[in-house]
Write a protein that binds this ligand. Structure first.
Ligand code: NDP
Ligand code: 2IT
Length: 450
């Protein structure tokens, strides 16, 4: 115990020194090595080969300028990155994020998490992430198109179906992936599955759009089922109102839950009657077509809107954070627990601050960490790659069943790698971290000093 604490402090000091000014990356690594250092001390082959040091250093990072012209004829300059983190078990795979607060630190945290998440899916995918400090909000379709096309002029030489396969994330949805893929295809003169999340008419997979949200709810269902419970009748609180949030609401409602909140960066709505399928259809139109604000929901359906507030003060059985990193701070976690939350299942990446994670683990609730709970999105991206390589398309039912299988397998892996506990409680953080790590680490050991 003392040895592990000392080793952890030493490791984190070194990491902070090598990665100054990168708080999100340091946080993501801290959460993982808190679990893994005791494990590698018990499994010395990983320790002696310095696997943790090697695994926290990206293989390569590409940084480049993206210039484009706005509708007024002004020349705009953004910065873009692709972090190719680790390709030990397959080509780099992970989304692109367009948001004004994207930094190298954010993309390194996301790339690092992606390595372990992709390993958990059981599919042959390494981990990567990319993005730009570009704000799509308020831009016309043509401006977004010019930005995407310009970005791809540089990115295309670094990606490929067997090297690195980008997809969507915050600010990158069907529209952006289409512009990116259209330009990639033109530059490379090849029609291959180098991006995922494509439109159904040009190589996309059924259920990819729904996969992260659906998968997140399937993971919650697995956790509940493991202790003899279900979603039926549970009050659910969801944050965000983008891709992941919308399909989390859809599946949670279908499985008998009642979802009472949604949010965006400006505030949250509280609808105690529940967001039923008709209201959700209205939200889809609001967000996917009109690109409006969630505040309009409160006006449309006559419910409460809390300006500038996250939804965590609403009493619930299950919380699904589906917006962004660090959206559950220590005080939010305390409030959720005080109000009796039984399940926290993460659709977003690293939504819970490390103090909140510790509170959830101390109270032994069912806590599904992002790399396990939101792996359904990249899982179905992996299935899209398979379909592209086979040059065929699976039915909706086939893909959904495979997605359910992937989430069930991830749950089982977490249970089998969780430390034994007399009361049967599963530590999904340890389970996910160790299970994801072992596969990548064994590949790295097999390769020798790489
Ligand atoms: P979208 O862009 O579709 O939606 C993002 C939502 O989160 C919006 O409601 C947005 O509000 C809100 N949000 C974004 N940034 C902030 C912020 N800084 N503060 C408060 N609210 C914010 O993205 P996705 O739904 O695709 O992604 C949501 C989360 O899920 C991210 O953490 C992403 O990494 C993760 N994820 C996504 C996957 C996918 O397949 N898309 C797969 C796995 C994880 P606003 O419109 O006001 O900005
Ligand atoms: O964080 C994630 O897993 C994603 N944004 C999805 C990545 C992908 O390649 O589908």
């Amino acid at each position: 115990m003392a040895e592990a604490k000392q080793e952890l402090d030493h490791f984190m000091q070194g990491l902070a020194k090598r990665n100054p000014g990168e708080p999100e990356f340091q946080q993501a690594v801290q959460e993982v090595v808190e679990t893994l250092i005791p494990y590698v001390l018990d499994h010395r082959k990983y320790h002696d080969a310095h696997i943790l040091e090697r695994m926290t250093e990206p293989d390569r990072i590409v940084i480049f300028r993206v210039c484009w012209e706005d509708n007024e004829g002004n020349i705009r300059t953004n910065r873009a990155w692709r972090v190719q983190f680790n390709n030990s078990i397959g080509p780099y795979k992970g989304g692109m994020r367009f948001h004004p607060n994207v930094t190298l630190s954010v993309l390194k945290f996301l790339g690092f998490e992606q390595v372990l998440k992709n390993s958990l899916t059981g599919l042959p995918m390494g981990g990567g992430k990319g993005g730009a400090n570009f704000n799509p909000k308020g831009k016309s379709d043509n401006e977004v198109m010019r930005f995407c096309h310009s970005l791809m002029i540089e990115l295309y030489r670094h990606i490929g179906e067997d090297t690195d396969v980008p997809a969507g994330d915050i600010g990158v949805g069907a529209r952006e992936v289409s512009y990116l893929f259209g330009q990639y295809k033109r530059l490379a003169n090849r029609f291959v599955g180098t991006l995922t999340g494509k439109g159904l008419a040009f190589g996309g997979s059924l259920v990819r759009m729904e996969a992260t949200g659906y998968g997140c709810v399937y993971f919650a269902q697995n956790m509940l089922h493991h202790r003899g419970d279900s979603l039926q009748g549970k009050t659910c609180v969801v944050s965000g109102s983008g891709n992941v949030a919308i399909y989390t609401v859809e599946k949670a409602t279908e499985l008998g839950g009642k979802v009472v909140t949604l949010s965006d960066s400006q505030g949250s709505i509280y609808d105690p009657k529940g967001i039923d399928p008709d209201k959700l259809a209205w939200v889809k139109e609001l967000k996917e077509v009109r690109r409006g604000r969630i505040k309009e929901y409160a006006e449309q359906f006559g419910c409460e809107y809390q300006e500038g507030k996250r939804p965590w003060s609403v009493p619930c059985d299950i919380a699904f954070p589906c917006a962004t990193q660090n959206e559950i701070e220590a005080s939010d976690a305390a409030e959720l627990l005080k109000n009796g939350v039984q399940v926290v299942c993460e659709g977003a990446n690293m939504p819970t601050h490390i103090d909140g994670v510790h509170q959830f683990l101390d109270k032994k609730i069912l806590y599904g960490p992002a790399k396990a709970a939101n792996a359904g999105g990249v899982g179905v991206s992996g299935l899209e790659q398979s379909q592209n390589a086979l040059r065929l398309s699976w039915s909706r039912q086939e893909v959904d069943q495979r997605l359910q299988g992937i989430m069930r397998d991830i749950h089982e892996k977490c249970v089998s790698y969780s430390p034994e506990s007399k009361d049967g409680w599963v530590n999904y953080v340890d389970g996910a971290n160790i299970s994801g790590f072992v596969k990548v680490a064994d590949a790295m050991l097999a390769y020798g000093v790489v």
